[in-house]
Design a protein around this ligand. Structure first.
Ligand code: ZN
Length: 161
């Protein structure tokens, strides 16, 4: 069965950056997703369209088709340390949940000075070209429920309580 919209696809993947460092991998348990529902980054979903069970391929997705370029307006300098209640020690790479007009999002500390810190709200993989080695493990029809939820259920998919 070919991969097209509203198929549930199971893939195994290894994700590396431009230097070949591994960033993420499915391991032995495949990831299941509902194709055509923005469950994956756009460039990867486009590469998977038309593939079949058993297909293996490696593809490099440019940043603009992955998590986008880094956006300067998401980087905030001079944030007073006292804004972070209960935090005594700051370290570069620490992540916090921040609230903005767009809702909650994750920010990372990227610079620390005496009284203030710089926080970066870009996705941690923004601005990066991403290389995926993919194996298509299974392709099946989605159920009505999966289509209405916009994600895959069952093995490797979304679990509800
Ligand atoms: Zn669901």
């Amino acid at each position: 069965m070919k991969i097209e919209n509203n198929k549930v696809v199971q893939i195994k993947y290894v994700l590396t950056d431009a230097e070949g460092n591994q960033l993420d991998a499915s391991g032995d348990e495949p990831l299941a997703y509902l194709h055509g529902n923005h469950n994956l980054i756009p460039g990867l979903e486009a590469e998977l369209t038309g593939k079949e069970t058993g297909d293996k391929f490696t593809t490099t997705i440019p940043a603009e088709e992955a998590y986008g370029e880094k956006q300067d307006h998401l980087i905030q300098t001079g944030v007073p340390k006292e804004m972070f209640q209960g935090v005594e020690e700051f370290e570069i790479g620490m992540r916090f949940e921040a609230q903005s007009e767009q809702g909650f999002h994750s920010v990372m500390i990227t610079e620390i000075s005496e009284e203030t810190v710089t926080v970066d709200g870009n996705h941690e993989m923004a601005g990066m070209d991403l290389t995926f080695s993919i194996e298509v493990v299974d392709v099946r029809e989605a159920t009505e429920e999966e289509i209405s939820h916009g994600h895959a259920h069952g093995v490797g998919g979304h679990h509800h309580d």
